[in-house]
Design a protein around this ligand. Sequence first.
Ligand SMILES: O=C(O)CCC(=O)C(=O)O
Ligand SMILES: [Fe+2]
Length: 314
Amino acid sequence: MGSLVNPTLPIIHFSDKNLEPGSTPWLSTGKNVVRALEHYGCFIAIYGKFSPEMHEAIFRASEELFDLPLDIKVQNTSYTPSHGYVGQEPVIPLYEGLGIENATTREGVEKFTNLLWPSGNDRFCETALEYSRLVAELDQMVMRMVSERYGIENSYESLLGATSYLLRIIKYRKPEKGENGLGIVPHTDKSFMTILHQCQVKGLEIKTKDGEWIAVDPSPSSFIVMAGDACMGWTNGRIEPPNHRVTIMKGSEERYSLGLFTFIRDLKIQVAEELVDDHHPLQFRPFDHYKFIHFYYTEEGRRSNCPLRAYCGV
Ligand SMILES: O=C(O)CCC(=O)C(=O)O
Ligand SMILES: [Fe+2]
């Protein structure tokens, strides 16, 4: 049997020329974005606005963060499950992550910084804020394109006003002798959208609808834009969140990655009515995003094949 070329995810460029809303490149980029999201639930974005210096700075900041003592890091708590410090979990022993809530606001990042560095750390604070804002811009461009293609701009405008951003900074230590390299178990994100960025060390794998796992190579200007469960609830199932996992190769270095996750606060997410017709019957009742997350962390939510359908499926 002849070997096939390694499958890859669609790669979409976001450079200056296609960032102008309404321009021809904007429109064709939007078409590719929706096609990729409907087919894979994700794509690779090459983001021209993101400089190699920013890439370096955010990973240096990440190293500094994880070098703090454990008793400091565990103070990063949250009312929402898995939004604060997660580490030393028996199922995923390599994984350690911290979460900055409201990461695109100075208030949010300062609160996090002052908790971990009571005497301050301006460089960390500025870097995390700048990173979150830059990546949030990419998220908003993508979602604007999606809403234009579907003709649901108004629905998106109201969600945008209720969007909050969580920046998770993640580290996977090297597997020790006898340990397998499982960094994070296969899952779909509970977010609305997620944008991931990897540093040097590969490990992220995404499952296609055909059941094939695709490895995503890191690069300083590339991001993985990925739908979360809540996006499926908004698009009436047109965009489905992809399963993904992290596998750390034996002998590889420690792996750092970042995820900017969007969540919708204080506003029920409902299927845009333009996406419901005879061929596309309504699939989800309006739902509160944070209540859905709490449901996911119950026995029933954990056991379910599709927690969103279990929670608010029609
Ligand atoms: O580390 C990565 O590349 C992926 C992390 C991830 O999937 C998550 O935090 O939900
Ligand atoms: Fe994930």
